[in-house]
Design a binder for this molecule. Structure first.
Ligand code: CTP
Length: 397
């Protein structure tokens, strides 16, 4: 999502400037190209040396040195996005008035790219009418403001005015500026996580699924431009982006949620570890310990994948998972056919790098066209990217 993106960061004098170090690291790690301009007093808060080392570009803070002149016009034209973070009350006020007494402000005034501003200041400054007016002014110029958060402030007070954490700012940029367009206009539904089947008011039958794989797929579909609904089981990890989530608990809840959105969907990826059986009856009161043995009668849940596989229209792509410990290939191909899926992703519990809770996975993908694609151990994000790329290829056909 970040590969090849050009981001210009303007850093101003605020304690929150320390967070920019991590943000630059995250952006560069994601493949973005980062250039940084600072106000002269921002250097008191974070060192240009640290930022130039991490961004792999010279950090600029003077309009002109003895024999060089920083081309502020070209910087603003070079960037896909300019982010001013942290933006102090002083710089905000100057931006609102169009004052241009340092390099950062000159770049801001001449920027032709979208400008995103993340203010950081103490609560009283944040609530001052002048700050509120300045925020409204820069919004009226078309700048986008990431609202300051509530939390611990540099003064020691707790209140509003905090700059969000680097990961939040990164997510904001990705969601709003760096989504791909391969799946624009497509709707996707993804299931992730376990289901909990209640036995009585305090107990349930569940499993160890963390939801990581499904959440990574939902994020990847979103990153490629799809409109994603994530049907998420209990205790699962949450997606990084602002994806529409339907929280569910039982297999029945999950089935109802998927059925309600599948009609409109182009893509369904069912990665949840759905309980195959649920207790035949849920005891209305806590079951008391009595005999030496306790037998729980269970009945089958609806197979969600099979149900939507059978209902799918020719334009809909349905992807399922198979988690096997024996006869993996045979069972996976069997599930592809029995559940009328287009793609089955097999992950084997025999591999320590694959399965529940870990950040890596090793998969083999089977398609209804008879392909068998073997992948090495990869991160769940990379596996998600392989699956989504295959979906895009199938949709293009
Ligand atoms: N699945 C589902 N609804 C169920 C059970 C499974 O949608 N009630 C889906 C899973 O999300 C996964 C696929 O079916 O995409 C395969 O799940 P898996 O547990 O491996 O297989 P089962 O069909 O349950 O068969 P078995 O447990 O016998 O291996």
């Amino acid at each position: 999502m970040l590969k090849g993106k050009k981001i210009l960061i303007g850093v101003t004098a605020s304690i929150a400037a320390y967070k920019i170090i991590l943000l630059v690291r995250l952006l560069v790690k994601g493949g973005a190209e980062v250039k940084i301009v600072m106000t002269p007093s921002a250097k008191e808060f974070v060192s240009p040396l640290t930022l130039s080392t991490l961004s792999k570009n010279n950090v600029l803070y003077n309009i002109a040195d003895e024999d060089t002149w920083a081309n502020h016009v070209m910087l603003g034209r070079w960037a896909d996005v300019m982010l001013i973070a942290p933006c102090s009350a002083n710089t905000l006020a100057k931006m609102a008035k169009g004052i241009c007494d340092n390099l950062l402000l000159a770049v801001y005034l001449s920027a032709t790219c979208p400008v995103v501003v993340s203010p950081a200041m103490d609560e009283d400054m944040w609530h001052h009418p002048a700050t509120k007016r300045n925020i409204e002014s820069i919004k009226s110029y078309g700048n986008v403001v990431i609202p300051a958060e509530h939390g611990e402030l540099a003064s020691g007070l707790i209140g509003e005015g905090r700059m969000p954490e680097p990961q939040m700012i990164l997510n904001f940029l990705q969601e709003n500026y760096f989504r791909g367009s391969e799946l624009t206009g497509k709707k996707a539904v993804v299931t992730a996580g376990p289901t909990y089947e209640p036995i009585d008011p305090v107990r349930f039958v569940g499993n160890h699924s963390s939801g990581k794989m499904g959440v990574a797929i939902a994020e990847e579909l979103f990153a490629k431009g799809a409109d994603v609904t994530l049907v998420l089981g209990p205790g699962s990890v949450k997606p990084a982006f602002n994806i529409n989530i339907i929280h569910v608990s039982t297999a029945d809840n999950m089935f109802n949620a998927v059925s309600s959105v599948f009609i409109e969907a182009d893509i369904a990826v069912l990665s949840a570890a759905v309980a195959d059986y649920k207790p035949a009856d849920i005891a209305p009161q806590k079951i008391k310990k009595m005999d030496e043995k306790f037998v729980l009668e269970m009945v089958k849940t609806t197979d969600i994948l099979k149900s939507i596989g059978n209902a799918k229209k020719p334009h809909q792509i349905v992807v399922g998972f198979a988690l096997e410990t024996t006869n993996e290939r045979e069972f996976a191909i069997g599930k592809l056919k029995a559940k009328n899926a287009d793609i089955i992703v097999l992950n084997s519990l025999n591999d320590s790098a694959a399965g529940f809770g870990v950040d890596t996975n090793k998969v083999t993908i089977f398609t209804k066209e008879g392909e068998e694609l073997n992948f090495p151990v990869k991160t769940k994000q990379e596996v998600a990217s392989d699956i989504v790329n295959l979906i895009i290829k199938k949709l293009d056909k």
